[in-house]
Design a binder for this molecule. Structure first.
Ligand SMILES: O=C(O)CCC(=O)C(=O)O
Ligand SMILES: [Fe+2]
Length: 380
């Protein structure tokens, strides 16, 4: 991989109209023949990653090989025996529920998304829309800050837009006691786990295990608390054209996502034939999915698969995706080892933070972002 690249255009821009169509999302995922040609090959394996904590390289490689198989087919897999404590996992879901149910509405308004240049803060349902649907989700978003990282970085962390002041907005401690403590305990653990998994991704691509280490010295990691209320009317048990969408069809933008959720299902993954596969929560696991950077590094060999959320049941669904990125000032460009003789990269180089911010901004009505934008309400 070239050490320095000059980028004529910072990103391969997404226009608002383009960003609203599933066909467009698909087109962003490359045009080469997919490794999976039918749904029968589409698997979401459950991978016990305990051997990856072994001192034996062969044991770590064996886990990485299972990751490789998942990433080249569905782009999704569950991980178990990952080491993140039950206390943190239970704690973050409890804090999510408290925030959505107990934190006063006027206080939520004070930390509204439109006050953030970075997509952080309170995101009321329907304020944003990823694919033009009216979405039932309500969210709270926050990013990396030193206090959330047990290992500490190299001190060079920069926001998505290159600025350096902390952009997070937190609920008032007196009004939601213990919220930050619960969030920090969880974030610190999933950040550490993500660093570990990123090394497994390197092994999975036959790269040295520490290949990506210089790219995660001050990594970005956006964490999202999400609430999907039960639908207002009974939903079909399988996909139809008129369901109440929790979160519209999309791919994730970063390296990979670690998803933790309550027991209510909702995540649906687009299969090669175009049907929606329901990924039920497996107790104690995380769902891991390949996101766009890994797709771009591998020239599409690793699948950044379209997914969405529909709550079809009668329970509230809470979920907590953690979007692990490389350093936001890192350029992501196709790995030479992933290009066959004479093959061209399908993806121009991009700067990590700029790409993520641009894609986040397309979830607003005018495509220009949340900041200062009072009128972003979506709906068809
Ligand atoms: O809530 C979920 O289950 C998935 C959320 C998701 O896909 C996202 O926020 O990117
Ligand atoms: Fe997602």
């Amino acid at each position: 991989m070239a050490a320095a690249v000059s980028i004529a255009r910072a990103t391969d821009s997404t226009t608002l109209q383009e960003a609203r169509s599933t066909d467009y999302i698909k087109s962003r995922l490359g045009s080469s023949k997919p490794a999976v040609v039918n749904d029968a090959d589409f698997k979401i394996p459950i991978i016990d990653i305990s051997p990856s904590f072994s001192s034996s390289l062969a044991a770590r490689q064996a886990v990485a090989d299972q990751i490789h198989a998942a990433c080249t087919t569905s782009g999704f897999f569950y991980i178990t025996q990952h080491g993140v404590s039950t206390a943190s996992r239970t704690g973050i879901l409890r804090q999510a529920e408290r925030f959505f149910k107990e934190y006063p509405r006027d206080k939520k308004e004070e930390m509204h998304l439109r006050k953030s240049k970075l997509g952080y803060g309170w995101e009321p349902s329907s304020y944003t829309s990823i694919a033009g649907d009216v979405e039932s989700k309500e969210a709270f978003n926050f990013g990396y800050e030193g206090g959330l990282d047990r290992e500490g970085g190299d001190g060079l962390y920069r926001n998505l837009d290159g600025t350096s002041e902390c952009g997070n907005m937190w609920p008032e401690e007196g009004k939601l006691e213990g919220f930050y403590k619960g969030v920090r305990a969880y974030y610190a653990e999933v950040l550490q786990l993500s660093r570990h998994i990123f090394r497994l991704f390197a092994l999975s691509l036959s790269l040295p295990e520490n290949y990506f280490d210089p790219m995660m010295t001050h990594p970005g990691g956006i964490c999202r608390l999400l609430h999907y209320p039960p639908p207002t009317s009974p939903q079909p048990s399988t996909a139809s054209s008129d369901e109440e969408i929790g979160l519209g069809a999309h791919t994730d933008y970063e390296c990979f996502t670690l998803l933790h959720s309550s027991s209510a299902p909702g995540l649906e993954i687009l299969t090669p034939s175009g049907s929606w596969h329901r990924a039920v929560p497996v107790p104690g696991s995380f769902i891991v999915n390949v996101a766009d950077f890994l797709m771009r590094w591998t020239n599409g060999v690793y699948k950044s698969t379209i997914h969405r959320v529909v709550n079809r049941g009668s329970e509230e669904r809470y979920s907590v995706p953690f979007f692990f990125s490389v350093n936001y000032d890192q350029v992501v460009e196709t790995l030479e080892t992933c290009l066959k003789e004479g093959e061209e990269s399908k993806y121009p180089p991009i700067k990590a933070g700029e790409y993520i911010l641009e894609r986040l901004n397309t979830t607003t009505k005018d495509g220009k972002g949340f900041f200062g934008n009072a009128d972003v309400v979506e709906g068809k």
